[in-house]
Design a binder for this molecule. Structure first.
Ligand code: CU
Length: 285
């Protein structure tokens, strides 16, 4: 080992001792409830509880209503992510709050001169291992959760109906697959997956049926697909999510989720033959 390496090792050894000396009063000395660690722990527990409660109840009320299993999954995902993030952010807020209360100028009872910065926590094996393993576990859980939701919600089903969505400045047009019915109205049957094949006639638009919980770009000369599974009768909003020109803000309409019967009836009213409707809804591929 070169003398330089030995010097570095000695340097780290010295630092380690300094760190240990600084960290010690945080965990040791006096009755447990008087130690800083305990104070931070209490604030951490309280803030975690608040974070979990916010995660459980706020997003569900703040987010748009749901008309599809995709939007249900989106909401559940936001709840799960917020709840998992709560204890992590509470560590940061807990230490910050404790420092503000206990180690401010008045609390520390010291003079006007602020204390010197502590030693950087570097080369502390256990701290690194704990920090890294907790982060990795959390990130992997969230990664798998996201992949599972994506694959379960976006895998095309055998009986899915396929329709074409075309964006242009500043209106959406919907073609009901093989029926060749074209309309500016979006009507969908309930409890049936629909695969939208989305494109544009001019600039890039963004097809966003809000309460269906999906969104995809509409590009000229290119078809992008996205699946949605409406599971609730009623209306939903359709918007454009890409700034696409002067009247972008007005590029919106209201879609409807109806029963299978009403859907077939609506197609018939639009001029589709019974044979075409049957082909579209029964043998849809
Ligand atoms: Cu647009």
């Amino acid at each position: 080992m070169s003398s330089e390496n030995i010097e570095i090792d000695e340097f780290h050894e010295g630092k380690r001792e300094e760190v240990a000396k600084q960290v010690e009063p945080f965990f040791k000395g006096g009755p447990i409830w008087k130690r800083p660690f305990f104070g931070v722990f209490i604030i951490w527990s309280f803030m975690t509880l608040i974070g979990v409660l916010i995660g459980l109840f706020v997003p569900v009320h703040v987010l748009n209503g749901s008309s599809s299993s995709q939007q249900d999954s989106v909401k559940l995902t936001i709840v799960v992510f917020t709840v998992i993030a709560a204890p992590v952010s509470a560590v940061v807020y807990g230490i910050a709050a404790y420092s503000l209360i206990k180690w401010n100028k008045r609390g520390s009872g010291k003079s006007d001169t602020p204390p010197e910065d502590g030693v950087a926590l570097r080369g502390h094996g256990p701290a690194t291992v704990i920090w890294l393993s907790i982060s990795v576990v959390l990130v992997v859980i969230l990664l798998f959760w996201g992949m599972m939701v994506l694959s379960s919600e976006q895998t095309p089903q055998g009986d899915a109906i396929r329709m074409q969505v075309v964006g242009q400045q500043w209106v959406w047009t919907f073609q009901y697959g093989s029926t060749k019915i074209t309309s500016t109205q979006l009507v969908l049957p309930v409890d049936r997956q629909v695969v939208f094949e989305v494109s544009s006639k001019d600039v890039t638009h963004g097809f966003w049926p809000v309460q269906l919980g999906v969104q995809v770009d509409a590009n000229p000369g290119f078809s992008t697909t996205i699946a949605a599974s409406p599971n609730k009768l009623g209306k939903f909003d359709v918007r454009c999510s890409q700034l696409c020109g002067l009247e972008h803000a007005y590029m919106q309409t209201t879609g409807r989720v109806v029963t299978e019967k009403q859907f077939e009836h609506w197609l018939a009213q639009k001029g589709a033959s019974p044979k075409a409707i049957k082909l579209f809804t029964t043998d849809a591929k």
